[in-house]
Design a protein around this ligand. Structure first.
Ligand code: ATP
Length: 342
């Protein structure tokens, strides 16, 4: 278990900074998720933590020691990739044993460690099989078993669940979180999937264009987004944004509700015309356009099935938002304003 830190860490490819002066401190035992759109620099950042990529400038520290120039094997980290990178010609047992053989550990000790790791991930009965004889979820567990067998102080995971189907992903996510909690190994996890990030992370670092826009708990990045990028990247559908009085105002779809469904608190009226209705089972998404006195912005409302008000495309409805649920952002910088519109 160790802290992982970066100081003004930068990686330039050609003329662009893929990672642009990132300062980050991952606490001991923490599960930290790097979340951002494709190309934002997540993988490059993770590879610099691993020692697979040389920074253009800045430093990487593990357990308080500068490791910027140390090779991967000297960092005591374990990395699991999207592809799992299992050796296809080796059995599961030999795949898991591989990193231990590489450091010349005694055979009996290797056997013990492989058994222990296999038991931890529930794959004892698969040790004789080859990777191609395993399901995606089983392969993932083998890759994780191989990662833990060396007792690394840090796990670096790059979209390890992206090859699994939706159902398996949910259970694999659950398993991964349990293992991480049990082992309490500091973990940095890369994903572009916000649902995964919200479900897994103790904290989430939201990246865009090589920079961290916000570092916070899932609740913080959702309810208190630092800027318009975070407000629209997190949440599906994203936060509704519109320019009002020279300020960008925003509210989440679940906060735009029929006026009659909102009791108590100060309300801002948002009458709108519905253009499309989407049924999601537990929720209904109402797409619409705001009416005067508000700007004719397109908005989305998420109604729980407990609100049974009939709504049709083309109809006009009296919706509203509690004023405390409206966030304000600077029009130029996109940064969140501490309070009010003025
Ligand atoms: P994805 O989710 O698509 O994997 P990412 O956030 O992990 O994206 P990176 O792979 O870190 O993004 O890439 C960040 C930027 O750096 C991208 O614009 C990419 O094209 C560029 N880049 C990455 N590796 C190289 C390289 N070896 N040479 C040149 N440019 C690179």
């Amino acid at each position: 278990m160790a802290t992982v830190e970066t100081r003004a860490l930068t990686k330039r490819f050609d003329a662009n900074n893929a990672v642009d002066g990132i300062d980050l401190l991952v606490r001991e035992g923490e599960f930290l998720v790097l979340l951002g759109p494709s190309g934002c620099g997540k993988t490059t950042l993770l590879r610099m933590l691993a020692g697979l990529e040389t920074p253009t400038s800045g430093d990487v520290l593990i357990g308080g020691e500068i490791v910027t120039w140390l090779p991967p094997r000297a960092r005591n980290i374990a990395m699991v990739f999207q592809s799992y990178a299992l050796y296809p010609h080796l059995s599961v047992r030999r795949n898991i044993a591989f990193p231990l053989q590489a450091v010349g550990m005694h055979r009996d000790e290797i056997a013990k460690k492989v058994e222990a790791a296999a038991t931890m991930f529930g794959i004892e009965q698969l040790l004789h099989r080859k990777p191609r004889q395993l399901s995606g979820g089983e392969r993932q567990r083998v890759a994780l078993a191989r990662a833990v067998v060396r007792n690394p102080v840090v796990f670096l995971l790059d979209e390890p669940l992206s090859n699994l189907d939706a159902k398996l992903r949910t259970s694999a996510r659950d398993e991964l979180q349990q293992f991480q909690r049990r082992l309490a190994t500091t973990t940095v996890y890369v994903t572009h999937d916000q649902v995964e990030a919200m479900g897994l992370g103790d904290r989430i670092a939201v990246l865009n264009r090589g920079r961290i826009h916000q570092l916070g708990t899932p609740l913080e990045v959702y309810h208190d987004p630092a800027d318009t990028f975070v407000a629209t990247f997190i949440g599906s559908p994203p936060m509704n944004l519109m320019e009002m009085d020279h300020v960008i105002s925003g509210f989440r779809p679940e906060h735009l509700l029929p006026r009659d469904a909102l009791d108590g608190g100060e309300l801002a009226p948002f009458p709108f015309t519905a253009t499309r209705i989407e049924y999601l089972g537990a929720d209904r998404l109402i797409y619409g356009t705001l009416e005067a006195p508000n700007p004719a912005a397109r908005v989305i409302s998420r109604l729980p099935s407990t609100i049974s008000l009939p709504i049709e495309a083309g109809g006009r409805y009296e919706f509203a938002v509690r004023t405390r649920d409206i966030k304000h952002f600077d029009r130029e910088s996109g940064l969140r304003r501490a309070s009010g519109r003025a």
